[in-house]
Structures are given as structure tokens and as C-alpha cells.
Design a protein around this ligand. Sequence first.
Ligand SMILES: *Cc1c(COP(=O)(O)O)cnc(C)c1O
Length: 436
Amino acid sequence: MICNNITIQNNTLYFGGLDTTALIKKYGSPLYLIDEARIRHNCRVYMQAMRQAFGESALPLYAGKAACFKRMYEIIREEGMGADVVSVGEIYTAYRAGFPMEKTYFHSNNKTDEDIVYAMEHGVGAFVVDNVEELYAIDREATARGIKQKVLLRLTPGIDPHTYEAVATGRVDSKFGSAIETGQAYAITREALQLGGIHLAGFHCHVGSQVFDSEVFLRAGEIMLAFVAEIYRKEGYLAEELDLGGGYGVRYLESDPYIDIAANVAQVADHLKLTAASLNIPLPAIRMEPGRSIVADAGMTLYTVGTIKRIPGYKNYVSVDGGMTDNPRYALYRSPYTVLLANRASEPCDFVCSVVGRCCESGDILQENVSLPASVSRGDILAVLTTGAYNYAMSSNYNRIPRLPVVMVNAAAADGKTDYIAVRRETPEDVSRNDL
Ligand SMILES: *Cc1c(COP(=O)(O)O)cnc(C)c1O
């Protein structure tokens, strides 16, 4: 199986040690499952690898946009990580979870004045500044409050991570950050060093997502360190922190490569230490911002099969009781997923079909060219694997479909609470609650 928290026993799919068909009976359909043990495992891989490779000053930040709800931040807090936040909603969620706000980093390529005030009021630790107008706006607010706001500057090292265009963010022509190549990075750094309300702590880059090639991080780190050294030479300013962003890939299909995060982090560390030594600068405290690789394989979505449509000579459709409202990623990016019949998980799969949702929209497809048992019929349980990242987070109420609940599983729970609700299922009243 693509992740070792998924097993098949007696023709039935188990997730995090629990019977998925029993869970859907207990909590209703459709349903997101998140395996708490798997999240903790993934957090520990980053914590241990980064501490070992870069020393005690290193800190992984969980990119909350991948899956943002209160329980998630409680787990991240308990695991000792920091967190990225990108909106007032994420800031509030972290705050409500009792997250140590000094360990939050506020991203976004367009922070409004209201966002800036909200973040400062809630004690957000660092702002990752995208552009010079935003830098001035933060300086104004910080000066008015008589504080020096810690900031990192987001720079674009000019790397195309060979992933999908829509999620490639490290290139010079990206909407994110200030480019090193064009001199804008140098200009914004000089500004930041002169502003009274700004404490420049260092630099940030994020080259993309679903990256399997560690070369991308080596190259980005190298370019960023060369910039740190250039600023040190010209301005006498030495960066305290260097944030390399997120982006390690996860396995959606059996055929996807497997990434050894610890080995990759060690490789990046070796390379950056050598680079820093050759540039004659100390290595800044390192940050990384994993999102997907913390939660994706900790998630699974369960649906109930409804209509099955066979169009002879054309194609077959299997409809489920969810769709692009709970997982828009196939509709948006043609993202691959592994799909299984949870209640007959070891039967031969020779029925090729498109798994579609129930929205009034032809693009409402969860996955095409899926192979299921030919006996698939109304009432069966369908599982989509690896949905922990960017599913709940990207869900919508299109067609006024209520959002799914998030149920946490933790077979090894010391208190015997092997499954519990982290986010309750929306009701039709919830969906209409803001209508006046
Ligand atoms: C999306 C994002 C991340 C997380 O990326 P993953 O691919 O989920 O690891 C980290 N940092 C920034 C700035 C991002 O925009």
C-alpha cells in the first residue's frame, strides 16, 4: 500500500489500524479520516532530521494551509513545531488552539492593513514580507504600536521546480516575493534595514510543491546563501534565519517515488554547511515549511457509492455522495489519487470508470480511469487515499453542499479514544447561517 497505515484485512480496508466500514457506519457518509499517529510520526521525522542536521536552532513550521482546524494546531503544538499562517482565519484557528503565537510566521502575497493589525494583535511572531508596499505598511503599524516587528523577506531564487505551472512559485516571474535576479531583493533588503519598525530576521523562499528532486532545495539554498553573503559584504547585515519553504512530495500512486525526508534534509544540510563555509558566513538558523508531507498520507476520504452509469461503447461512471466540494484537486490540477472499494478491498478490479461527484457540473470528477471490482454497486464504500492535504482545506459549499466532518483516528491512543470528531459535519442550517 502507498502508506503503511493502510492495510487490507478480510477483504476490508483498514486505516490507522481501524476498520473503515465501521467508521463510516459510526460517523456517517461521506467522511474525512485523519490518522493522528501518522501526523505525529511525520512531525517527528522533520523535527529530528532538522535538529540533527542543522542543530537546535532549526525549526520546521507546519504550513497550516494544507489542513487547518483547531485539533491540527494542538497536535503541531504538542510536537514542538512552529506554523505558517496565511489569513486571519488561520491566525484565529491557531490562537484558539493555544498555539504559541511567537512561533507563527505570517505569509500571503497581499496582506491588507486589517490583516496586519489582526496579526499584530494576536502576537504573530514573524511576518514573511512579500513586497515593498507591504513592508511599509507593516513598518507604519509597528511604529504606531512602538514595536519592532520581526520579518523575513520572501525572495524568489529563480528556480523552476519542474512541477505544475500553477504551483511553481520560485521562478522570477512568480506572483510571490521579490526576485534576486532583478535587483528587487537587494532593494527591499536595504529598505528593511532602514525602517524603524522593522526587525529584519532573515530571508525566505519557497520554490514549489510536490517536489521529489532534492536538487531543487540544494540549488535554492545555495542561491539564498549567496544572497546572504552578498548582503553581508555590502551592507554588513548578517541574516539570523533562512527559511527554505516547503514542498516535499508525497505518494499519491503506487508508481510515485518514495522520498526519505530525513536523508534529504541531511543532504541539504551537508550542502548548505559547505556552501556557507566557502562563502565565509555562518549558517543562519534554518526553517522549513512542510505542509503536504505532514498531513497528506495521514488522510483518507470515505464515500458511499450511488448511481452507476454504463454507457456502452463510451465510458462508465461511478457516482459518490461527495465530489469537487470536498476534493477539488482533480478538477483544478488533474491530481492523481488512488481509489479503492473499502468494503471489497481485495477483489480483482477490472471495471474501468470515472469516479464523479454529485455537483451540477461536468468537471465534478474525483478521478478518471479508476479500476474497481465489476460488482461495484449502490451502497458500497469507496475510499480515496492520501487526501489529508488540500482537501478539507480547499473544500467549498458549492451547490450548498454541507462540508464533511473530520474524524481523527488513533488506534494507539493511551486513553482508548481510538476515534473522535475534530470538525463536526456541517448541517443545512450551517450552510445558510450567514444569510440575512
Ligand atoms: C504552500 C506553501 C508551503 C507548503 O507546501 P507543501 O507543498 O504543502 O509542503 C510552505 N510554504 C509556503 C510559503 C507555501 O506557500
